[in-house]
Design a protein around this ligand. Structure first.
Ligand code: TXA
Ligand code: MG
Length: 329
């Protein structure tokens, strides 16, 4: 059973306990501004392997390596000028850059799934302080069982993985609530969006001065191997772009206008009464989990505008609604 330690008011103790667990080659669950991560020393094969085991994650799906700052990141990866400009503009923050790995970088091959590239980001807050204190990069996927909803609270982590972990650090609810945006600058200078996330495409394009190229969701599996079509899967059936709700269904509601049938819904959960896509992103995973735990047959979701963080919200919702592997069994 994991011990859960609140960071507020005892950050020194939290840092010391986390460093001790990491130094033993074990993973520790930590808050980041996007979602909670399951972190291990990215240079230690045992710790990295433990991440895959604990999550039940396929070994071909590479992990993001978290750094304390750009200077640390440059020790492990080559930065082209555009990637460096994006890093300077958005780190620390919810942006992951896929970059060529330096030879003899020391990153455990298991962390990159054997690729010659590495996904890197500098997280905000406690996670960044921890990396600076520990002095080495931390590989960290979201701290959920593979294929399930990502955790935005320490309680979510405990529900999914608590029995398999030594330590969960509780930093309160994640402020962004969806995972980082992943981009890759190609050799010809084009900028590719591998996963929409907590930093809007518009913000990236404003700094880059070029448009982000997107791939159709169905074919994105090759570029970011973890982005399997069905992901973030609740147990309930998910019905998107719903303008009405049936008796017994849960409604994830966006905006304040009445929705047909909502009086008879089993549950009405507000993503954002104000119609704010960033607020919807911050609440999405927690509300999906609440609806799922209520045991409803289906979750109806209001249409969400495809702008700003709405792109990430719609991406996660589409994956939650996708056919599950077990549907084919
Ligand atoms: O916000 C986040 O990114 C969170 C927090 C903990 O930082 N982490 C996270 O990790 O979402 P994870 O493992 O759930 O998702 C990592 C994604 C996967 O889809 C993986 O395929 C992709 O990053 N990825 C990692 N390295 C890559 C690489 N070298 N090339 C392409 N995709 C890569
Ligand atoms: Mg994940």
């Amino acid at each position: 059973m994991a011990s859960i330690l609140h960071i507020a008011g005892q950050e020194e103790e939290a840092l010391a306990r986390a460093c001790a667990v990491l130094a033993r080659g074990l993973p520790v669950a930590i808050p980041t501004e996007t979602v909670y991560g399951l972190a291990a020393d990215a240079t230690e094969p045992d710790g990295v392997r433990a991440i895959y085991t604990v999550k039940g994650r396929p070994s071909f799906n590479p992990l993001i390596c978290h750094m304390a700052d750009l200077a640390m990141a440059e020790r492990y990866a080559h930065f082209d000028p555009l990637s460096r400009r994006l890093a300077e503009a958005f780190w620390p923050g919810p942006l992951t850059l896929v970059l060529p790995l330096k030879p003899d970088s020391g990153i455990a091959p298991a962390a990159t799934g054997g690729l010659d590239t590495v996904g890197i980001r500098v997280p905000q807050g406690f996670a960044r302080t921890l990396i600076a204190r520990y002095g080495k990069p931390l590989a960290a996927p979201s701290a959920n069982p593979s294929g399930r909803i990502s955790p935005t609270t320490a309680g979510h982590v405990d529900d999914g993985l608590g029995e398999k972990l030594a330590l969960i650090l509780d930093g309160g609810p994640a402020s962004v609530g969806v995972e980082s945006t992943i981009v890759k600058v190609e050799a010809d200078g084009t900028l590719r969006l591998l996963r929409p996330g907590g930093l809007s495409a518009e913000a990236i394009e404003a700094v880059a001065g070029v448009a982000l190229l997107r791939k159709a969701a169905a074919t994105a599996t090759i570029e970011a191997p973890g982005m399997l079509a069905s992901h973030y899967a609740p147990r309930a059936f998910v019905r998107l772009n719903a303008h009405d709700v049936a008796p017994g269904e849960a409604l994830l509601k966006f905006g304040s206008l009445p929705v047909a049938g909502e009086d008879q819904a089993a549950l009405v959960l507000p993503l954002s009464e104000a119609g704010d896509v960033a607020e919807a992103a911050a609440r999405l995973f927690d509300l999906m989990k609440q609806a799922d735990e209520a045991g409803v047959s289906a979750i109806a979701v209001s249409p969400i505008p495809q702008e700003g963080l709405g792109e990430a919200v719609n991406d996660r919702l589409a994956r939650a609604a996708a056919p599950r592997p077990e549907d084919y069994e």
